[in-house]
Design a protein around this ligand. Structure first.
Ligand code: DAH
Length: 341
């Protein structure tokens, strides 16, 4: 035997140490190949036995085989151990501490103006009004001309109107929806048109973008008294049964006669506060009997048909409903503030 019993013991000890040193299954597989594989130290030893005399060969063979069996068993045991360690490590890494506080999630809510708008649509639906829409980028023709607003009217001035390009504006009111809805159709009409409008005018009491709701009714017998009845019902639904309204004679090119409409300030109950400029009243919008020219511009015979229209600010109503003193606060991107609405 080229190596004596002491050498065999050393070889076994080294192989064991190499197997034991493997820190993971991959390293173990490699260590195992080095000592027990076909080109490993044990196989080399076994092949060398052929050179021994026959009586020694059998004994030496037995001894080497015994070492190989022990090493195989040791490697198997080590593999099981390493696999268990790896499972425990994975479990440890993925452990969840169910006692830790969770990550808070904020539930979204509808904005106060959106809620007012939906409420308004539902209310008018109960009176048989449909809901119509128009684009926010509008033709000057619909925003002004067809509504009987003369070329030299100050509202066309670029101080008030955002011009997108010649002939195209950001609509300054929801009234152009009147024209879009009536053109090509025949009366009677009964609709509202809520939406955003834009004006070049920003102060604590005004915002360059705000929302209006247009109301419109055309039939053969509509009167100013009907208009007042609808507006009282609307205001009292929105702001409470004690709401007071004030109609002030006014002028709009698209109505005749025309009135501006105020409601009694809800915040101070009419006593006067900063929001209503100490008057007890808040301007809400305009209204009137539809001008015959507007009907004509839409191909409708004003001898036969008549009606009323109104346009109201929606923020004003939302402010009253939520005790917000300034329109700016409605559009402040501050969640702490919005959450209170
Ligand atoms: N469009 C007007 C404005 O924004 C409001 C208005 C007044 C609308 C009278 C109407 C109306 O429909 O009849 O100032």
């Amino acid at each position: 035997m080229p190596e004596g019993a002491a050498d065999l013991d050393r070889l076994e000890a080294e192989a064991r140490a190499a197997l034991a040193a493997a820190r993971d299954v991959q390293a173990l597989v490699e260590a195992r190949a080095r000592c027990l594989g076909r080109k490993g130290s044990i196989s080399t030893l076994l092949r060398g036995l052929g050179a021994l005399p026959p009586d020694e060969r059998a004994r030496a063979g037995e001894a080497v085989n015994a070492v190989r069996d022990r090493l195989e068993a040791f490697a198997d045991a080590r593999r099981t151990e390493l696999e268990q360690e790896s499972v425990s490590r994975d479990l440890e890494r993925g452990r969840i501490d169910v006692t830790l506080p969770g990550v808070p999630s904020h539930a979204g809510r509808l904005h106060a103006v959106t809620r007012a708008e939906r409420d308004i649509c539902t209310f008018f639906a109960s009176l048989g009004f449909s809901v119509e829409e128009g684009p926010e980028v509008e033709l000057e023709r619909y925003n002004f001309d067809a509504l009987n607003i003369p070329d030299d009217h100050p509202a066309r001035d670029s101080h008030d109107t955002f011009y997108v390009r010649p002939g195209v504006v950001l609509r300054t009111h929801t009234s152009p929806v009147q024209i879009r809805t009536m053109t090509g159709r025949t009366p009677p009409f009964r609709f509202i048109a809520p939406g955003r409008v834009y004006r070049h005018d920003a102060s604590p009491r005004h915002s360059p973008m705000f929302s209006q709701v247009e109301g419109f009714l055309v039939d053969e017998r509509a009167t100013f008294a009907d208009l007042k009845g609808v507006l009282y019902a609307f205001a009292r639904h929105l702001l409470g049964p004690a709401t007071r309204l004030r109609f002030r004679a006014s002028f709009f090119p698209f109505t005749e006669p025309s009135a501006e409409l105020d409601f009694g300030c809800v915040l101070c109950e009419g006593r006067g506060c900063a929001t209503c400029s100490r008057t007890g009243w808040i301007e809400w919008g305009g209204c009137g009997m539809i001008h015959p020219k507007v009907l004509e511009n839409c191909g409708i015979d004003p001898e036969r048909w008549q009606g009323f229209a109104f346009g109201m600010g929606m923020e004003r109503a939302a402010m009253m409903r939520h005790n917000v003193p300034q329109i700016r606060l409605l559009y402040e991107p501050d969640v702490r503030l919005l959450e209170q609405l």
